[in-house]
Design a protein around this ligand. Structure first.
Ligand code: HEC
Ligand code: HEC
Length: 219
């Protein structure tokens, strides 16, 4: 794991990037309405209690159906769950993403889930985002997992796509720029329940948790 000073340096580097003011269009009907997403540096040292509180907020987001429906295990089956779907169940129409996680073995996700940054206006239409629709890599499986399990996975570079704390922060900033899946999760449209809070609050929590050294519950 990164030392605190290296992490602070890396976050400062991202701050330089965010200083210019990052804005992304908020796709709830008015594509011109923009939200500023800014990497706010924490004031002073961040203690473990603050870090754990930030983690609880992060877990509320990543365990929400808008996120976990794609972050599933090696059954490679996307989930339909959350209020607009009723009882949790596998994706209708026998969809399976295969080991490719993108449906290359059978029916590619993109057949129905187009790549587009336009708002998702239509209930029950296949949702879309600014990236090719696909399941998250199998190591990033969250569906049905508890807070401590998910926490240890997200901070482990061997299981999170090689990211350190700064990389996790940067991932959210980048997602906002290209309106990818996290951006969609906070504004899914079509009558779907969004992930809790705002994308800015999620970014703030990620900065706090990583600055605290990524503490996990039960340690
Ligand atoms: C359409 C499916 C899909 C949805 C919905 C989705 N993700 Fe992901 N997620 C992915 C894919 C694919 C990757 C791998 C891309 C990468 O690592 O850059 C990924 C990677 C990640 C990572 C990288 C590190 C790790 O440990 O997993 C994080 C963090 C993440 N997603 C957070 C979220 C959050 C938060 C939400 C909901 C607000 C969400 N995702 C919703 C598909 C999805
Ligand atoms: C035959 C068309 C079709 C294909 C192919 C397809 N989907 Fe879907 N998908 C849909 C539709 C339609 C919905 C929305 C259902 C609803 O809202 O009632 C949906 C919803 C989803 C959701 C739920 C999103 C949420 O609201 O939380 C996920 C996750 C998902 N699809 C993943 C995938 C993945 C991954 C693939 C490729 C392996 C894929 N889908 C292939 C039609 C398709």
């Amino acid at each position: 794991m990164m030392t605190r000073s290296r992490l602070a340096f890396a976050i400062a580097a991202i701050l330089g990037l965010a200083g210019a003011g990052l804005a992304y269009a908020h796709g709830d009907g008015d594509p011109s309405a923009a939200i500023d997403l800014v990497v706010n540096s924490p004031e002073g040292e961040v203690g473990e209690d603050e870090g754990l509180a930030a983690w609880e907020n992060i877990y509320a987001v990543v365990s929400h159906p808008r996120c976990s429906n794609c972050h599933v295990d090696d059954s490679n089956t996307p989930m339909w769950s959350g209020p607009s779907y009723g009882e949790a169940r596998p994706h209708g129409m026998n969809i399976n993403a295969g080991a490719s996680r993108i449906g290359a073995e059978s029916l590619p996700c993109g057949t129905c889930h187009i790549q587009s940054t336009a708002p998702n206006d239509h209930p029950h239409a296949a949702p879309h985002a600014g990236l090719t629709w696909m399941l998250a890599p199998v190591e990033f499986a969250w569906f049905g997992k508890d807070s401590a399990d998910v926490c240890r996975q997200i901070r482990d570079p061997e299981r999170n796509g090689g990211r350190d704390g700064a990389g996790l922060v940067e991932h959210i900033v980048h997602d906002a720029q290209i309106k990818a899946f996290i951006t969609w999760g906070f504004n899914p449209g079509g009558g779907r329940e969004p992930a809790p809070g705002t994308m800015q609050a999620h970014l703030d929590d990620m900065v706090m948790w990583t600055a605290a050294g990524m503490p996990c519950p039960g340690e």
